[in-house]
Write a protein that binds this ligand. Structure first.
Ligand code: HOZ
Length: 302
């Protein structure tokens, strides 16, 4: 790196107006032990920072940039659409096509609701699971990350873990108490939680391949067992495929392991770099969403 003068200047300016100088905590590079570089542009696998330094990008926007930055087909599609308008507060053909594409690649995705982030997909999936079962509690795994909704910032991975802050301030203890924490790849801890709160648990939420505490593969067959235990106890299995979906395979990695999730969360890659998330599942659960059913979810940019 020849210089970082401009990045440092931007960091100081950002620190005045933006908490911690960043709009998402991992970007502060606290675990790296240096101030972050500010990116000016990306092309293919190369990033150029504000000082003109070039880097080989292994982050790929945390997943969405699987085709590399500024892929000509992606930028052309965005440029063409931007001339037609960006959002209308009304449905469009492109949403139908994206829902159909997701549904054609994921068998359990009979219906799809498009939102703007993985966090939104997560909080909506939990609300659906609670409405579908009439129960309150959720089992998650220590170190798994499902976005920053209140119920999911309990023993969370991703940035929360990087900062040694797996629980967040501002989450009421009454909300956190409804989140029960099991150990990844420990079926016994899941069984123990079901024994401790029979008929209270709405869903087990899991990353089929854990990717927010390093990458941890599931024990062979464990996802299937998890689904069986959840169903035997009247709970749903939510698979968070915000990272794994359309990345480890074209579609759902849970399905490729022989498991049909009751609800699946998607994000990152399905937006190709634009802010998109999705919740998908069988019609009988998805049709609980407003305007068909009583579970509310909405978004101006959804
Ligand atoms: N929680 C996101 C990664 N899973 C943060 C990504 C970012 O800061 O861009």
């Amino acid at each position: 790196m020849t210089s970082r003068k401009k990045s440092d200047e931007l960091f100081h300016r950002a620190s005045v107006k933006i908490p911690g100088a960043v709009n998402s905590p991992v970007r502060a590079w606290k675990a790296v032990g240096a101030a972050p570089i500010f990116i000016e542009s990306g092309s293919g696998a190369t990033l150029i920072d504000a000082d003109g330094n070039a880097f080989l990008d292994y982050v790929c926007s945390y997943g969405p940039a699987i085709l590399g930055h500024a892929h000509p087909r992606v930028t052309q599609a965005i440029a063409e659409q931007s001339r037609l308008g960006l959002g209308f507060g009304a449905p469009t053909r492109l949403e139908v096509e994206l829902a159909e594409l997701i549904s054609s690649a994921i068998e359990c995705a009979q219906k799809v609701r498009l939102v703007t982030s993985g966090t939104e997909a997560g909080l909506t999936a939990l609300r659906l699971a609670r409405a579908a079962t009439g129960r309150t509690n959720i089992i998650k795994f220590d170190g798994c990350y499902h976005g920053h909704s209140d119920s999911m910032l309990v023993r969370a991975g991703s940035g929360a873990m990087t900062f040694g802050q797996p629980d967040s301030g501002g989450v009421p203890s009454a909300v956190a108490a409804m989140t029960m924490v099991a150990r990844y790849n420990s079926i016994e801890t899941v069984e123990g939680l079901f024994r401790a709160a029979p008929e209270k648990i709405a869903a087990v939420i899991v990353e089929p391949v854990a990717a927010n505490m390093g990458v941890v593969n599931p024990d062979p067959g464990s996802l299937k067992v998890l689904a069986e235990i959840a169903h035997a106890n009247g709970a749903l299995l939510i698979c968070d495929e915000v990272i794994s979906g359309f990345r480890l395979c074209f579609g759902s990695i849970a399905e490729s392991m022989g498991v049909a999730p009751d609800l699946i969360m998607l994000g990152k890659i399905i937006g190709g770099g634009m802010p998109v998330g999705a919740i998908a599942g069988p019609a009988k659960i998805m049709d609980l969403l407003a305007p068909v059913g009583p579970v509310y979810q909405a978004g101006t940019l959804s």
